[in-house]
Design a binder for this molecule. Structure first.
Ligand code: MIC
Ligand code: SF4
Length: 640
């Protein structure tokens, strides 16, 4: 009676009992990092004194910080390349593609576990790998051979029936799921897909869906491994990696939903949240300023071929800036060879590198007040780099058609040819540098001036007495906490510098205020820290002296990152207590050394002379880690 999730967890279980809601730990077969989170992960791996990684496979990708407007990013790339060679890690060079796309093509395996320092790591769930996003420190621990701790998830089944109609794509399926479950709906859950409809979805189409499971807050998303999986692996010359995976007929799920693909329409996520969903038909006709196609969600070969087929013989409307970033060197090389790239260029598309690019605000920020249609996965406020822009998420077909018409348009009303299936991908792995254990000893790790030493934290004091520095509402993203974009990302390995940007667009002068007050406490609404896995959203506040965050609830990865860096995450029990706290109030959390699992804790508000109860979701290990001042301290203290 097992689900796919239970089957993979069972075969990788390292600690705990597979009972929903219980703390467990699983072995990780593979890890991946990208450059924006990787520098920290490898600095942490080095701090742990690990010589060669203990996983079956670890890959370091360079795909985020590729706009080199100063020496910083290039220095980071050089550090990453040398540290990979030193510790037995595959290195995917800048230009080779977006981590999730390349991992799906060349490395992800059904039935295996994968931990990645990027929230969209579950992309590999499209091929049947239990792939989880985490902070860089957790990934460093996995590379060091330590099991990954998580809560035994609930499992949700989404049954797909029917078949997608022309002009409707797998992006529309996941946007539909987001409209049903919301950005909080997946927290603590793995989403499994099944049903007849699955059989007509290719691996990249499945991966689009599992990729955006991150936007549901899900721990991961999984598709079965079947004949389609086998065929994809054959086409990538990786047939030997195939194993079958499916849920048992009588598997029990915590929730189930059905989506009829026959009647599904093109969907669109309106500003500023991936779950603010409408049908394209409802908003058709709105003037569009930018269309950006690509990102780890929609940059596969077939995505690009559909776009090229739509654009062929047309030209982007004069007021539309059209950008295309193919997801990998494999994809770009193939469309360059077969002429599809020429059709895009002829249509006025601005061809970008095979990297994240505009998705992470690395260039291509739209004009003021722009309406930008993007095939990406996140449309959080400010993420594009233009605060007044309105970002919408759509399928590649909707974006391409709208680029031609200049207004939001339904691709079902546009005449184009569906591209032909292929029977083999172009394989050329020369931009992936294999580690050579023999030569590792001779490798010198190269650190430019932008690679600063890791900041450390002190153990938690018995009593935390601090001012409330900031009070925020619901669904605060890690983009709010630690902005990305071309101006900030170059400082990912320089915590002192990057910490000056914390809450930049939420509260001006936040970092200075923290300095003036000697740190503080944050108050937040529900789903605090949703979105990206960037541990800088915990590490930089730690550096600024933030000791505790009291929220209505937390997003999974961010909660883990807070523990990793010694910031105490507490939850309100009564929502009214949230309303009664004001910025500037002095809060006192006493007896932290007596914290215990499943125990309430009372917080005193010294300013209003009141107190209120809080709960927490901390295991004994989490508590020990917090008291030590974070994971690195904990590991050091417990090294024999
Ligand atoms: C993102 O999509 O926000 C990122 C950039 O890929 C992040 C990681 C990061 O902040 O570096 C993610 O999703 O985890
Ligand atoms: Fe890159 Fe965007 Fe994917 Fe994050 S979501 S990995 S920034 S393409």
């Amino acid at each position: 009676m097992a689900t796919m999730t239970e089957k993979i967890i069972r075969s990788h279980l390292a600690e705990g009992v597979m009972k929903q809601g219980e703390a467990i730990a699983i072995h990780m077969d593979q890890t991946l990092t990208q450059d924006a989170t990787g520098t920290m992960a490898y600095l942490q791996l080095e701090a742990m004194g690990v010589d060669q990684v203990k996983t079956e496979l670890s890959v370091s990708y360079v795909d985020h910080n590729t706009l080199q407007s100063g020496f910083e990013n290039a220095d980071d790339h050089r550090y990453l390349q040398s540290v990979a060679a030193k510790h037995g890690i595959y290195f995917s060079r800048a230009g080779n593609g977006i981590c999730h796309q390349v991992h799906l093509e060349r490395f992800a395996k059904p039935g295996k576990t994968l931990l990645g320092s990027d929230s969209h790591t579950p992309t590999a769930g499209g091929i049947g790998s239990l792939a989880i996003g985490a902070g860089g420190l957790d990934v460093a621990c996995a590379m060091a051979g330590r099991p990954f701790h998580l809560t035994m998830p609930k499992v949700v089944k989404i049954e797909l029936i029917g078949q997608l109609q022309k002009g409707v794509s797998s992006k529309d399926i996941i946007l539909k799921v987001l409209s049903m479950l919301s950005v909080k709906g997946g927290v603590g859950k793995v989403i499994e897909y099944g049903g007849e409809g699955v059989k007509s979805l290719s691996i990249p189409q499945r991966a689009t869906i599992t990729n955006m499971g991150a936007e549901l807050g899900a721990t991961s998303s999984l598709f079965p491994s079947d004949e389609i999986t086998k065929r994809f692996l054959q086409m990538q010359d990786r047939e030997a990696d195939y194993v079958a995976l499916s849920a048992d007929e009588d598997a029990i799920y915590d929730e189930s939903y059905t989506i009829d693909l026959n009647t599904l329409e093109p969907m669109i996520a309106m500003p500023h949240s991936p779950d603010n969903i409408k049908t394209v038909r409802e908003v058709a006709g709105m003037k569009v300023d930018q269309c950006s196609i690509g990102s780890c969600t929609n940059s596969s070969y077939m995505d690009m071929m559909s776009v090229a087929s739509i654009l062929k013989g047309h030209i982007a409307k004069e007021h539309v800036s059209l950008t295309v970033s193919p997801g990998s060197k494999q994809v770009l090389h193939m469309i360059a060879r077969n002429g599809a790239l020429a059709d895009m260029i002829a249509a006025g598309a601005r061809i970008l590198e095979s990297t994240c690019g505009p998705c992470i605000g690395m260039g291509q920020s739209p004009c003021s007040d722009a309406l930008s249609l993007r095939t990406f996965n996140r449309n959080f406020y400010g993420r594009s780099g233009t605060l007044s822009a309105r970002i919408c998420l759509v399928s590649p077909e909707t974006a391409a058609v709208s680029a031609i018409t200049g207004v939001i348009s339904d691709p079902r009303e546009f005449d184009y040819e569906i591209p032909q299936e292929i029977d083999h991908f172009l394989i050329d792995d020369r931009c992936i540098i294999q580690p050579n254990p023999e030569a590792a000893k001779e490798v010198t790790v190269i650190r430019g001036p932008n690679i600063k030493p890791l900041p450390s934290n002190t153990p938690m004091s018995e009593t935390v007495e601090k001012q409330v520095i900031l009070k925020v509402g619901d669904n605060i993203t890690t983009d709010h906490i630690m902005p990305a974009g071309a101006k900030v990302l170059p400082y990912r390995s320089n915590i002192e510098k990057i910490s000056t940007f914390v809450f930049r667009d939420v509260k001006a002068g936040f970092a200075d205020l923290c300095k003036e007050k000697g740190g503080g406490i944050l108050i937040a609404g529900s789903n605090y820290g949703q979105g990206s896995s960037r541990e800088h959203a915990a590490l930089a506040p730690m550096y600024l002296g933030i000791k505790a965050i009291i929220a209505k609830s937390f997003a999974r990865i961010h909660h883990a990152n807070l523990i990793n860096f010694g910031i105490l995450p507490l939850c309100f029990i009564n929502e009214a207590d949230y309303d009664n706290i004001k910025e500037g109030d002095v809060l006192v959390i006493s007896n932290t050394h007596a914290l215990a699992p499943n125990q309430m804790i009372t917080v005193e508000n010294r300013t209003s002379n009141t107190s209120f109860p809080c709960q927490h979701h901390l295991s004994q290990l989490d508590i020990d880690t917090l008291l030590a001042g974070g994971t690195l301290n904990y590991i050091k203290n417990n090294q024999s």
